[in-house]
Unconditional design. Structure first.
Length: 199
């Protein structure tokens, strides 16, 4: 299991909610815009308008949709607020630096078995057979009008059985997950630069 290490600088809230994890993924991009514009784009951009994100989400959710005999879109957009409506948990919102959200369940099953939790319940969850996912968007000021936007996803499995089950699931969905995050960063970058120029 990997653990968050001490480092110089302001700590991430992501470390507060998931200091230990089994699986992770990290992506970043440099943006010619101030942190305020980048964070605004992160919080409110609807990535559902992207054909790439829409296709990848449908592919990732295909087993569940087949079981439910539901081939239609749920009708929501794909902003961070929409994700909270769909069952994700807002763990921290600290503009213009970091947004953290999470999810707990048995994601490798056809119905996901998502648990409705508070942030405190998420941190304290230790139910064997389940897994917790915490992810963030972190904005770092690099200089006048320049920022780095990164996103990290961490997964903690609660017990050896959950780890085995999730590992098989992770091998299947990780390529789609990575592409969604890369596309999300690209869209945020485009929107943040547009906002910065309009100002």
């Amino acid at each position: 299991m990997r653990r968050a290490s001490a480092y110089i600088g302001k700590p991430m809230r992501l470390d507060d909610f998931m200091p230990q994890w089994h699986f992770s993924e990290y992506h970043q991009t440099m943006i010619a815009a101030p942190p305020e514009a980048v964070y605004e784009a992160v919080r409110h951009l609807d990535t559902g308008c992207s054909p790439v994100v829409g296709l990848l989400l449908r592919l990732r959710e295909l087993p569940w949709r087949l079981k439910q005999r539901d081939f239609k879109s749920p009708g929501l957009g794909c902003t961070l607020d929409d994700m909270i409506k769909m069952g994700f948990i807002e763990l921290a919102d600290q503009p213009p630096r970091e947004y953290v959200f999470g999810l707990a369940g048995r994601f490798w099953t056809l119905d996901y078995e998502i648990l409705g939790l508070t942030p405190e319940g998420f941190s304290g969850l230790a139910r064997p057979g389940y897994a917790k996912v915490a992810a963030n968007f972190l904005v770092t000021r690099l200089g006048p009008g320049t920022s780095r936007l990164s996103t990290e996803t961490r997964v903690q499995c609660l017990g050896p059985q959950a780890k085995r089950e999730f590992q098989r699931y992770w091998l299947m969905i990780r390529p789609f997950s990575g592409l969604i995050r890369l596309e999300w960063l690209r869209l945020v970058k485009r929107e943040a630069v547009r906002q910065a120029r309009s100002r």
